[in-house]
Design a protein around this ligand. Structure first.
Ligand code: ACO
Length: 319
């Protein structure tokens, strides 16, 4: 595959650490030193669908295509207020595309999973132009009375259009069932045969465990995809790591023994936007002309499940 268009969209509301400290027992120093986050964007007046549609339209426009040229849509989304229909079906209607589409949930690793599916559809010529949208509102899963998770997240959407090409050099997906370190559970309706007494459990995260599991999975994934692509970390121009926590990104970089400039980040502005984070960063860098044709990029993500994945791509999008 090759990426021919990128787009992203963020909520209008900017929430600083200081604003959180007005109703949570927290402060800017704690949040910034533990996570690297200064502020985040949180959905208030717009909807997740608005963001997903906006990011998609930008990516399609940048690709020089019309929505009717898209012949497959994959949307990565952990949860939104609809279970059915899928978010991708709603996006399809709003952008006036006519193709098949589906949602996938691989937590924060969604973009890497979606890319592998897109690559397979392109290789088998099942599709020509695929829209991948990652749209997430993790701030809607948190308990806003609890300071331990609510300070970490932000909402947003990122999108790419991919077509047939030779820019994906290697990819790896993993899932190791670990359902305790990060979960969010919603109740289903009771039936005549099952009285459901369970309650929604807002996002539960065992931060220290997650930190260790995620960093070691990312380093392993990255080393394997580099090996598969027949290159070393020295050949990589940028490592676009899931923006979960600046300390996790730093830890991966230290282990890889690479310089700071190779690990770009925007978590300080947007918090952790789950599977959208890599695409928001990629779109931002691309539009600022920080990505040059021929650059070698490693993308690496990890999330609840526990899922992880990485891929090596060559950047070939015209500025
Ligand atoms: N403000 C102030 N104090 C806080 C806050 C807060 N927002 N949250 C927790 N604390 C307190 C705790 O209550 C605790 O107080 P105590 O010592 O009196 O008991 C103290 O800070 C230390 O708490 P820990 O949870 O041990 O803090 P830690 O240093 O581990 O940092 C953090 C927590 C930032 C979550 C860390 O574990 C981490 O970075 N984990 C990685 C997880 C992550 O970033 N996940 C992202 C989402 S998942 C994903 O995208 C894959």
């Amino acid at each position: 595959m090759k990426i021919i268009g990128t787009g992203s969209a963020l909520p209008s509301l900017v929430v600083t650490n200081k604003m959180l400290s007005e109703f949570l027992d927290t402060n800017d120093t704690w949040i910034f030193t533990r996570t690297g986050i200064k502020k985040r964007r949180i959905i208030s007046t717009e909807t997740l669908l608005d963001l997903a549609v906006s990011a998609s339209k930008k990516a399609i426009k940048r690709a020089g295509l019309k929505a009717t040229d898209i012949d497959f849509i994959i949307c990565s989304n952990v949860a939104n207020n609809y279970v059915v229909p899928s978010l991708s079906a709603m996006i399809q209607g709003e952008i006036k595309a006519t193709c098949p589409c589906f949602d996938l949930n691989a937590a924060c690793t969604g973009f890497i999973y979606a890319s592998d599916i897109a690559e397979t559809f392109l290789q088998t010529k099942r599709a020509k132009n695929i829209l991948i949208v990652c749209a997430e509102e993790p701030t809607r899963f948190c308990n806003w009375q609890e300071r331990d998770t609510s300070v970490l997240f932000g909402d947003g959407a990122g999108a790419v259009v991919v077509t047939a090409g030779d820019d994906m050099k290697s990819i790896r997906l993993t899932t190791t069932s670990n359902t305790d370190v990060l979960y969010y559970s919603r109740t289903l309706e009771s039936t005549p045969y099952l009285n459901n007494n369970e309650q929604t459990i807002p996002l539960v995260m065992h931060g220290r465990d997650l930190f260790k599991i995620a960093v070691s999975a990312a380093v392993e994934d990255i080393n394997i995809v580099l090996d598969q692509a027949g290159i070393t970390a020295e050949n990589v121009d940028y490592f676009l790591i899931h923006q979960s926590n600046k300390r996790m990104i730093d830890s991966i970089r230290h282990t890889m023994e690479q310089s700071v400039h190779k690990f770009p980040h925007n978590i300080e502005k947007y918090g952790n936007t789950s599977s959208a984070s890599i695409l928001i960063l990629m779109d931002e860098m691309s539009r600022k002309s920080q990505l040059k044709k021929g650059d070698t990029l490693v993308l690496s993500a990890f999330g609840g499940g526990f899922t992880s994945g990485a891929m090596v791509i060559t950047w070939n999008l015209n500025e």
